[in-house]
Design a protein around this ligand. Structure first.
Ligand SMILES: Cc1ncc(COP(=O)(O)O)c(C=O)c1O
Length: 384
């Protein structure tokens, strides 16, 4: 990432929330240091209870990262060699890498062009007798079409794991992200909507038996001490992150509303600058609450790289989530996919552009983002 100077606009500002809550956060860290309990323990248990309540889940199990959460979820469902798992190709790497790492086969199904989430219509013809699970991703903070996905899973008796890493607090027809499947996975990576000060994650489930297994799996499959029922992981959550997340969680709703306001303002400024046809705004599906982990526009493919360069030269950060769909990643070559296999994901990779997004972003900063885009786009039009 380019080094930012003082007036530049970052993609996200992890220090701002620390500034807001400094006293409480410092006290929380000192409380953990004084307790001598560095890993798991009462802070982690308290956070688990609070996240369970926030998300409407019966059980929450803290773990080391969102990636650990996905691995634990797959392991709890006994997914491994010989099994197939259906995932979208347009997502962060971990959604698919966890499947691959456990020896199961990654089977991609293309996305819906409006929501960028897995398209239920693409799932059914990918199902074989080996299919064990589907992992819908609630990309950018907007839920996948869970009713349609659940209907398919029920018909074929396969499991669903929600990758809700980007979507804590998001809703689908009134239901919270993470609670519409067998197991939901959250990431508390620092730049996430609820971010720790390091790696952290959580799995949630309504099932008591899965919760018990997940708890054992995160500590080497051990229960009780030194008796191993499963070959688990070291995927424990540190108390220091749990304590800091507990300070932040009561503010999550306020921050989420802030993100939604930021997104509304971007929509308004793009429209006011008459850029709707060039920067096409994110589609908000009517029955969902999008928590805008990212605000992502779609640009004409021949314009995007120039626009990215222009924004960066003018101190406006932007990013591309994600520039190469997973079926074309070098490490997945052995799966045998080729360019053209998932055209909607490929086009998304060539055209999406994320603008700075965090709850404290000001209208002045946002106007600068859109004005800077307008300068570039209008200059191009005059030159053309
Ligand atoms: C969609 C998605 N899945 C999984 C992960 C993995 O989470 P973590 O970085 O906490 O391991 C991320 C984080 O970037 C993500 O965005």
């Amino acid at each position: 990432m380019n080094k930012l100077s003082r007036n530049d606009i970052p993609m996200c500002d992890v220090m701002e929330q620390y500034r807001q809550l400094k006293e409480e956060m410092d006290a929380a860290v000192l409380r953990v240091l004084a307790s001598g309990q560095a890993i798991l323990g009462p802070e982690v248990t308290a956070l688990e209870n609070e996240i369970a309540e926030y998300s409407g889940s019966n059980h929450a199990i803290g773990c080391g990262s969102g990636t650990d959460a996905l691995l634990l979820a797959l392991m709890a469902l006994d997914i491994g060699m010989g099994d197939e798992v259906i995932v979208p190709p347009f997502t962060f790497f971990a959604t698919a890498s966890c499947v691959h790492r456990l020896g199961a086969k990654v089977v991609f199904a293309d996305i819906d062009p409006l929501s960028y989430n897995i398209d239920p219509k693409q799932i059914e013809n990918k199902i074989t007798p080996q299919t064990k699970a589907i992992i819908p991703v609630h990309l950018y903070g907007q839920c996948a079409d869970m009713d349609a996905i659940r209907a398919i899973a029920k018909k074929y008796q396969i499991a669903i794991i929600e990758d809700a890493a980007q979507a804590i607090g998001a809703e689908y027809r009134g239901q919270k992200a993470g609670t519409m499947s067998d197991i939901g996975c959250f990431s508390f990576y620092p730049s996430k909507n609820l971010g720790a000060f390091g790696d952290a994650g959580m799995v949630v489930t309504q099932s008591e038996s899965l919760a018990k297994k997940l708890r054992a799996l995160r500590v080497h499959g051990m229960e009780p001490r030194y008796y191993h029922h499963y070959v688990g992981l070291n995927a424990r959550l540190d108390a220091i992150h749990a304590a800091m997340l507990r300070v932040k969680l009561p503010h999550l709703e306020r921050w989420t509303k802030g993100r939604i306001e930021v997104a509304n303002r971007y929509d308004e400024y793009i429209h006011a600058a008459r850029l709707d046809s060039i920067l096409s705004k994110p589609t908000r599906l009517p029955d969902r609450r999008c928590v805008f982990h990212q605000y992502v526009v779609r640009t004409p493919t021949n314009l995007r790289d120039g626009l990215v360069q222009h924004l960066k030269q003018n101190g406006v950060s932007c990013d591309i989530y994600y520039p190469l769909p997973l079926h074309l990643q070098p490490c997945f070559q052995s799966l045998g996919y080729r360019k053209g296999d998932f055209p909607i994901s490929e086009l998304a990779s060539e055209s999406v552009l994320a603008f700075p997004m965090y709850p404290e972003l000001t209208s002045v900063q946002q106007m600068r983002v859109i004005d800077t885009c307008a300068q570039f786009i209008h200059k191009g039009r005059v030159a053309a």
